[in-house]
Design a protein around this ligand. Structure first.
Ligand code: PMV
Length: 364
């Protein structure tokens, strides 16, 4: 597939107005995407668990308009008009216009809400952009003569990527690869694909408890963060390492080797943060409590032989990952020993999920 394969042929159908609702989850990367080329092409392949409970639900209402010069839309979060979201969506519309030539033909109302607290420090861009991309694809499907389910999801992922890179890994589950990797058949820089090989039962229903250490706005936006990889002294080595870690994870998924899984996942998280600490300008995105939690997880693992581990995104919150059969003990440990390091003792229990869902489609 190339970018041009996503430019549609002239539409056969016409529609006037209607509304579509999709829910789309967040995802947590095991091998991290950090660094991109132009047009949101990743510098290295990444792989993520799709989450189940942390989701965005978006209703896109559309009505045909008379003039077609400009984009026309408004955005609501939890029923409240959000003009400060508009520039990001306008940029997204501009980027995808070539692939969705109907965008200027309609007036859109975008109503969105998240299942996780808005100011939790959990990025809603992956779930939000994937939900919006899916709504737009539902319109394209109504305008088109026929469209396979496979193409629908692939193009939705392609569009979501242009909104926010990691969003292209949120449409399906439970394990999604984005970025070309030599050993993973079908992997692409343009969209996310399901991990195509058998995965050991040890990873079924894997748990992710998200500890909210710092609920503030991100200190460094991901756009700035990715930019810091340009000219970064360790960039080349890091991108190679991501390829190697992907290859190693393939063996881990086949054999169910949880010890090696822990090593790769924790090393990836710390490498992501190490990249930010060694860029110019440099940033420390972990907080003292992030380190307290990491040390306690390591101590608990030494003491109990648990297969618990952590990963981080580009912030201070900690994702605690563990197999389902340890759920009771680990939750007990989290409540007793880790919650004191969270802001207002807040945490979210999640687990691996299976992707987006169409909740409503009303075309006229
Ligand atoms: O999708 P973006 O541009 O917000 O970048 C996300 C980057 C990380 O969350 C840090 C890593 C990843 O692969 O999700």
């Amino acid at each position: 597939m190339t970018e041009n394969d996503f430019i549609p042929r002239p539409y056969k159908n016409s529609i006037q107005d209607g509304n579509i609702t999709w829910s789309s989850p967040s995802n947590i990367a095991l091998v991290k995407y950090w660094g991109k080329k132009t047009n949101q092409i990743p510098e290295n392949p990444s792989i993520s668990f799709t989450l189940d409970h942390c989701k965005t639900i978006t209703t896109l209402s559309y009505s045909a308009k008379q003039t077609q010069e400009k984009f026309a839309f408004e955005v609501y979060l939890d029923g409240e008009k959000k003009d400060d979201f508009k520039p990001k969506i306008a940029t997204f519309f501009k980027r995808v216009e070539n692939y969705l030539p109907f965008l200027k033909n309609f007036h859109f109302k975008i109503e969105t809400s998240n299942t996780f607290p808005h100011s939790s420090g959990i990025a809603s861009s992956a779930s939000g952009m994937s939900a919006l991309a899916l709504c737009l694809m539902s319109i394209e499907r109504a305008l088109s003569e026929d469209m396979s389910d496979e193409f629908f999801i692939q193009k939705a992922s392609f569009l979501a990527r242009l909104g926010s890179g990691s969003a292209c890994r949120s449409l399906e589950g439970d394990l999604i690869v984005w970025g070309t990797h030599q050993q993973i058949e079908g992997s692409s820089d343009l969209f996310g694909v399901k991990y195509p090989y058998v995965v050991h039962n040890n990873f079924k229903n894997y748990q992710d408890t998200i500890l909210l250490v710092d609920k503030g706005e991100k200190q460094v936006s991901s756009t700035v963060g990715h930019g810091l990889m340009h000219g970064h002294p360790f960039a080349k080595r890091r991108f190679d390492q991501a390829h190697e870690n992907m290859s190693d994870l393939m063996t881990v998924f086949k054999q169910g080797d949880l010890d090696r899984f822990i090593e790769i996942v924790e090393s990836e998280a710390l490498t992501l943060h190490a990249m930010m600490m060694t860029s110019m300008p440099y940033f420390i995105l972990m907080k003292p409590n992030t380190l307290e939690i990491i040390n306690r997880i390591w101590a608990y693992r030494r003491k109990t032989q648990s297969k618990i581990c952590f990963t981080l995104d580009a912030g201070a919150n900690v994702h605690v990952l563990y197999p389902e059969n340890e759920k009771t003990q680990v939750l007990d440990f989290i409540k007793k020993e880790l919650l004191e390091y969270c802001q207002n003792e807040q945490y979210i229990c999640d687990q691996i999920g299976f992707g987006a869902q169409l909740l409503g489609n009303d075309n006229q």
